[in-house]
Design a protein around this ligand. Structure first.
Ligand code: MTE
Length: 317
C-alpha cells in the first residue's frame, strides 16, 4: 500500500507531463514569465482516484499522539464561508463542488498560469503527516493530513529573487458559499507566509485527511497546513497562489490587527487581548479533563524557531 499512490498515473498526468515539457520549451525560447497553463480541458478527468489519497506516513514529520476521530475533524470546523458556528461548515457545504478546480499561480515567478488541480498534483508524491493543530480560540486537535510539501510546488514555479512572501486566496463564490453573503470578513479570505516559512519542510498543501479526499468543510480540494501557527493561517479551498514582494494584507490581520497578527506563531507567552494562550483544550477529551499546556511554536520549535531569530515575537505576534 505504502507507495501505491505514487505509482498511479492518471490520464491527465500524462498530458501534464507533456505540457510540463511544453512549458519548459516556451521558457527556453525566452518567454519566461508568459502566462502558461490553462491548457488542460476540464472534463471528467477532474475526478481524482481514491487510491491517490492512501499515502504512506512520513513518520519523521509526524507526532505520535492519538489522532482525533474523522467525526471530530469533520464536525467541528472554522470555515466562515459556510457560517460562523463550528457545526455550520459541515451542514452548509454539502452542495459545494470542489471539482473541477483551478489554481492560478502568479506574481514573482517564472512558471505562472492557471492549473487544473490534477496537474498541480500530478508530479507530487502525496504523504500522510500527523500534525498537532492549535486554533487561536485555545482548542487543539491532532490531524492525519494527506498532502505534499509546499516547497515542491515552489520548485516547479521558480519564484524570482523579488518574491519575498506568498499570498493565498480562497474561492469567492457567494452562490456556493452562503457565509460570503454576510460581510463577516472582507471576502475572499486571504492568508500569507514569508518565503522561508513557505519553504519550511513542515508547510503542507493538503488534499486529504485520514486517507480520503478532504471533506468540503475541511477546505476541499486544496488547503494550507502550517502546524506551528494558529489555525487561521491554514487557508481553505485555495484558488490562487501569488508570489509577492510586499507582505500581503491578510483577512484576519486586516479585520482585527490587534488580535490576529501576520505571523500568528503559537506562543503560550503572548496572550490574545481577550484570553490567555497558555493552555488549550484538546477536542474530543472530556470537558472535565484538565487543559493542557500550549507549547511554543505548538511543539515544533526545533524545526522552526530559527526562522524568527532576532525578531521580537511579542510585537510580531
Ligand atoms: N479558511 C477559510 N477560507 N475560511 C475560514 O474561515 N478558518 C481558519 C482556517 N482556514 C478559515 C480558513 C481557522 S480560524 C481555522 S482554526 C482553521 O481553518 C480550521 O481548520 P479545520 O476546520 O480544518 O480544523
Amino acid at each position: 500500500m505504502a507507495h501505491k499512490s505514487a505509482s498511479i498515473i492518471l490520464p491527465s498526468e500524462i498530458t501534464s507531463e507533456a505540457l510540463f515539457h511544453d512549458r519548459r520549451a516556451v521558457l527556453a525560447m525566452g518567454l519566461a514569465g508568459a502566462a502558461l497553463g490553462a491548457a488542460t480541458p476540464l472534463t471528467a478527468l477532474a475526478d481524482i482516484p481514491a487510491e491517490r489519497y492512501k499515502a504512506a506516513r512520513n513518520a519523521r514529520l509526524s507526532v505520535t499522539e492519538t489522532a482525533n476521530t474523522f467525526e471530530e475533524i469533520s464536525g467541528y470546523n472554522n470555515f466562515y464561508e459556510f457560517g460562523t458556528d463550528k457545526s455550520d461548515p459541515a451542514a452548509n457545504s454539502r452542495n459545494f463542488k470542489p471539482l473541477p478546480w483551478n489554481v492560478t499561480v502568479d506574481g514573482e515567478c517564472e512558471v505562472k498560469g492557471k492549473f487544473a488541480l490534477e496537474d498541480l498534483l500530478a508530479p507530487q508524491t502525496l504523504e500522510e503527516r500527523v500534525y498537532r493543530m492549535r486554533c487561536v480560540e485555545a482548542w487543539s486537535m491532532v490531524i492525519p493530513w494527506v498532502g505534499f510539501p509546499f516547497a515542491e510546488l515552489l520548485k516547479r514555479h521558480k519564484p524570482t529573487s523579488k518574491a519575498k512572501y506568498v499570498a493565498f486566496t480562497t474561492l469567492n463564490d457567494p452562490k456556493q458559499m452562503p457565509g460570503q453573503r454576510e460581510r463577516v470578513l472582507d471576502w475572499p479570505y486571504v492568508e500569507g507566509l514569508r518565503m522561508d516559512e513557505a519553504m519550511n519542510p513542515l508547510t503542507l498543501l493538503a488534499v486529504g485527511v485520514y486517507g480520503k479526499a478532504l471533506p468540503n468543510q475541511c477546505g476541499a480540494p486544496l488547503r494550507l497546513v502550517v502546524p506551528w501557527k494558529y489555525g487561521f493561517k491554514g487557508i481553505k479551498s485555495i484558488v490562487r497562489i501569488s508570489f509577492v514582494e510586499q507582505q500581503p494584507r491578510t483577512s484576519w490581520s486586516h479585520a482585527a490587527p490587534n488580535e490576529y497578527g501576520f505571523y500568528a506563531n503559537v506562543n503560550p507567552a503572548v496572550d490574545h487581548p481577550r484570553w490567555s494562550q497558555a493552555t488549550e483544550r484538546r477536542i474530543g477529551g472530556s470537558l472535565l479533563a484538565r487543559r493542557q499546556a500550549t507549547l511554543p511554536f505548538n511543539g515544533y520549535a526545533d524545526q522552526v524557531a530559527d526562522l524568527y531569530k532576532g525578531m521580537d515575537l511579542r510585537r510580531n505576534f
